[in-house]
Design a protein around this ligand. Structure first.
Ligand code: PDD
Length: 287
């Protein structure tokens, strides 16, 4: 099926949506993005994604696209036009095209941002069988730039990390800096030890996950103990459980790290419970 996508004010068949070769997202990775999941046709954690988008734009001195205030309506229209029950909506804003290549930012009065949204239908996303098995991860050095709190489209290193994992027969990679895990290539990382949920504290070292915020809130509401601090791979390998969170995977157990089984080597009760709570509550509050 040909998708209907959104580009700068227009709803178009995907094959007709065209962006300039001079667009700064293409030449300079000068763009930011968001991924919002859709469950039962509803947008999950939409307000959080919108707030983070605004923050990413601010941090990079990028103009808000003209349609910023219409983004909820645009998301909903794409869900409807593409008949999405379960899946994702990808949104990207770039600094636009000045019609040539130049490191210097163009005048925002003259060059307007490029706004693109498209849907990805993923039937079975909530009941993903991978959640029953859990993920195997490898660790790699975190050599990304220092502003990982901004959700930019510079995704080459995370892609390389996923490829290294695949080559090693694993599912994903955890990134390690100065001996401590920052996050996964496209998710936040957690361990559970003695009932305490441990995840790295927020700073410019990691993306401030929208799913992370919701999951930690639900965990605290369920009287679970949460410690926000860095941890090492060795500590993770000796933990009772491990898991990751993101908009596309929700809460996903991790059962092996660099070849060592975590706990019993199968999804643990805390991760399973948090996945259930997250899915239930976020569908309830979906819009
Ligand atoms: N990735 N950390 C990184 C590096 C990420 O790329 C993501 C999201 C997260 C989790 O953030 P959230 O809970 O807001 O999705 C953490 C998205 C899903 C992606 O790139 O597809």
């Amino acid at each position: 099926m040909t998708r209907t996508v959104y580009l700068n004010g227009e709803y178009l068949p995907e094959t007709e949506a065209k962006v300039s070769i001079f667009d700064r997202s293409f030449l300079m990775a000068d763009g930011v993005y968001e991924v919002t999941s859709v469950l039962e046709g509803k947008l999950i954690d939409f307000d959080g994604h919108l707030a983070r988008l605004e923050r990413s734009l601010n941090e990079l001195d990028m103009e808000k696209p003209e349609a910023f205030d219409d983004l909820l309506e645009i998301h909903r229209k794409l869900v409807e036009l593409n008949d999405i029950d379960e899946g994702m909506i990808y949104l990207q804003v770039s600094r636009g095209s000045a019609g040539d290549r130049d490191f210097v930012f163009p005048d925002p009065e003259v060059v307007k941002p490029t706004l693109v949204l498209f849907t990805q239908s993923k039937p079975g996303l909530a009941n993903n069988p991978v959640a029953q098995k859990g993920l195997k991860v490898i660790s790699i050095e975190d050599i990304r730039w220092g502003r990982r709190d901004i959700k930019t489209v510079q995704l080459l290193y995370p892609s390389m990390g996923k490829m290294a994992a695949k080559k090693a027969g694993c599912d994903d990679a955890w990134l390690v800096e100065d001996g401590h895990v920052t996050e996964g290539t496209s998710n936040n990382a957690y361990i559970v030890k003695g009932g305490t949920i441990i995840t790295r504290d927020l700073s410019s070292d990691i993306l401030h996950g929208i799913t992370r915020a919701a999951v930690l809130r639900f965990a605290r509401e369920a009287q679970m103990t949460v410690e926000e601090r860095p941890f090492t791979i060795e500590e993770a390998q000796g933990a009772d459980e491990a898991f990751v969170t993101s908009a596309s995977t929700f809460v996903m157990p991790v059962v092996e790290i660099d070849g060592a089984k975590v706990g019993a080597g199968e999804p643990g009760p805390v991760a399973k419970r948090l996945r259930e709570i997250y899915l239930e509550e976020s569908i309830k509050s979906g819009i």
